[in-house]
Design a protein around this ligand. Structure first.
Ligand code: GLN
Length: 212
C-alpha cells in the first residue's frame, strides 16, 4: 500500500491532500501526509509537489533544511510536480526571476515560467486525455500563471498532453504547447488537477507510483 506525501511548505497542498483522500476507497493508499520535514519525507513512498510559487517553495525548503533531502528523494522515488512543482522538478527553466532560481534538477525538460501570461490570463480548457484511461470524458484543465514545457531534453521523456496550437504561443506553430510529461517515475504537469473534483490525474499518479 502506498504512503503518499504532499509537500506542504506553500501553495495548494490542501487540495491535493483532499483529492488523494477521495481515492482511498478505491486505490491502495495506506496514508496521505503533509510533508514539511526530512522525517516525514523518509516515511513516504511517493510525493506531490503542489502549485504555488516555485521561488517561495524553494526558499522555504532551503530555510527548513530539506532542500537537499528533496533533491535526493526526487532522484529515487515517484514524484509529481504540478505547476510550480513542475518548475521545481525541471532541470532547466527560462523566464525565471533575475539571478535564477533553485531547481530540484530531476526532470530533463526546459520549462518556461508564466508562459500564458499573468494571473488574469488564467484559463480552463477541456481536452481528451487518452492517458487517463478508457473513459472518454474530457478532463477540465485549469491553468493559473502556468509554466509550459518548451523542450524535451532527453528522449526518455514521454509527452502526455498538449494544448491545441495558439494557447500561450506568440508565433504560429503546428503543435501546441506541452503541458504534461512523464519521465521514469516523475510526472510533471502545468495545470492544477487538484482544483477540480475530477481525481483521474491523482489516480494516474497513484497507480504509476504503485507500479514503479
Ligand atoms: N507562476 C508560478 C511560479 O512560477 C506557478 C504558478 C502556479 O503554481 N499556479 O512558480
Amino acid at each position: 500500500a502506498l504512503r503518499i506525501g504532499v509537500l506542504a511548505l506553500q501553495g495548494a497542498f490542501n487540495e491535493h491532500v483532499h483529492a488523494l483522500n477521495s481515492l482511498r476507497n478505491t486505490e491502495n493508499i495506506e496514508k496521505v501526509i503533509e510533508v514539511r520535514t526530512k522525517t516525514e519525507l523518509d516515511d513516504i513512498d511517493a510525493l506531490i509537489i503542489p502549485g504555488g510559487e516555485s521561488t517561495a517553495i524553494a526558499l522555504i525548503a532551503e530555510r527548513c533544511g530539506i532542500l537537499e533531502s528533496l533533491q535526493d528523494f526526487v532522484q529515487h522515488k515517484p514524484t509529481w510536480g504540478t505547476c510550480a512543482g513542475l518548475i521545481l522538478l525541471a532541470k532547466n527553466a527560462i523566464h525565471t526571476k533575475k539571478g535564477g532560481q533553485r531547481l530540484l534538477d530531476a526532470l530533463p525538460v526546459t520549462v518556461s515560467r508564466n508562459q500564458f501570461g499573468r494571473q488574469v490570463d488564467s484559463f480552463t480548457i477541456k481536452l481528451d486525455s487518452p492517458c487517463l484511461g478508457a473513459e472518454s470524458v474530457p478532463f477540465e484543465y485549469v491553468f493559473i500563471r502556468a509554466p509550459a514545457i518548451v523542450s524535451i531534453d532527453d528522449p526518455e521523456v514521454e509527452p502526455l498532453v498538449r494544448l491545441p496550437p495558439g494557447h500561450g504561443q506568440t508565433e504560429a506553430s503546428e503543435s501546441g504547447l506541452l503541458v504534461a510529461v512523464k519521465y521514469r517515475n516523475i510526472l510533471g504537469t502545468s495545470f492544477h488537477p487538484e482544483l477540480t473534483s475530477d481525481n483521474r490525474w491523482h489516480r494516474y499518479f497513484v497507480r504509476m507510483a504503485l507500479s514503479g
